[in-house]
Design a protein around this ligand. Structure first.
Ligand code: DGL
Length: 285
């Protein structure tokens, strides 16, 4: 039955695990297929046509496994290529930009800051999505490329992260933004340093958490929710348990290590696959 199919999630790499965590928390009865395109990360420094091609290949791969919905966890892919990805997926597809923009507008009156990759900032996708909902709000965008490496290398709560954050975020602090969108999958990992630098009065919006609310609504609207497990004797779901399946396009061991750092658990089911150059499934076993 379609309702029992998993929800597909893809990201350029490990960062989307923050979105997986938010979805898992919000939708504990659902199963997830996660694809991290670790061979081709980062997307945030690449051109629109390249990100679009990668996104289409990822969507086709997940679609071939059987999914009922696709979540594009990667802000860059959501910003640059969501319509093409949805066409390739052939299932309802949700990106993170609109969800993040809506949550920010609900929390702000005059000024919203957005931090994201270079490509996301260049695309103006967050600015457009915010202005569509609230044209009077001023939007200040800032690319923070080094945050990705700091998160991946385990430097999220370090003096190095503080120094980089002070440099990137000084403009936003001077503008006195009320709300700041964490418009990149990795940034929630640096949440406490970011908050320390911009000031605790600034509300941080995690686009992953915002999208989880929208995915729950989209499932309900289409009657696609998975039935809850029977209470008696059922094991409570845990992050990365064997109901969720993880795929990477390279460096599975590194992915596993970083997953443990981000989520406190490594995936039980993790497989290296090739997703490019083929329309149909091409799994390396
Ligand atoms: N996943 C990307 C995003 O959310 C960040 C990492 C990258 O540049 O690929 O935009």
């Amino acid at each position: 039955m379609k309702n029992n199919l998993p929800i597909g999630i893809f990201d350029s790499g490990v960062g989307g695990l923050t979105v997986y965590r938010a979805l898992h928390r919000r939708l504990p009865d659902e199963r997830f297929l996660y694809l991290g395109d670790t061979a081709r990360v980062p997307y945030g420094t690449k051109s629109l046509s390249t990100v679009e091609r990668y996104g289409i290949e990822n969507a086709r791969f997940l679609s071939a496994q059987g999914i009922k919905m696709l979540v594009v966890a990667c802000n860059t892919a959501s910003a640059l290529a969501l319509p093409a990805i949805e066409r390739a997926a052939g299932v309802p597809t949700v990106g993170v930009i609109e969800s993040g923009a809506r949550a920010a507008v609900e929390a702000a009156h005059a000024k919203i800051g957005v931090i994201a990759t270079e490509a996301t900032v260049r695309s103006g996708a967050y600015r457009r999505a915010i202005k569509k909902l609230a044209p009077q709000i001023k939007v200040i965008e800032q690319a923070c490329p080094l945050f990705v490496s700091l998160a991946e290398e385990g430097y999220a709560d370090s003096d190095a992260a503080r120094l980089v954050a002070q440099d990137y975020l000084s403009g936003l602090r001077d503008e006195e933004t009320e709300t700041l969108v964490l418009g990149c999958t990795h940034y929630p990992v640096l949440r406490s340093v970011i908050s320390e630098v911009v000031g605790e009065g600034v509300r941080l919006i995690d686009s992953g958490e915002a999208v989880a609310t929208d995915v729950a609504a989209a499932l309900a609207e289409r009657g696609l929710q998975r039935a809850p497990a029977p209470q008696k004797g059922a094991r409570p779901r845990q992050l990365c348990d064997d109901l969720d399946h993880f795929y990477v396009t390279d460096a599975a061991e590194r992915f596993s290590r970083i997953a443990e750092m981000f989520l406190g658990r490594a995936p039980r089911r993790l497989e290296a696959v090739e997703v490019w150059g083929h329309d149909e499934l091409n799994v390396r076993r």
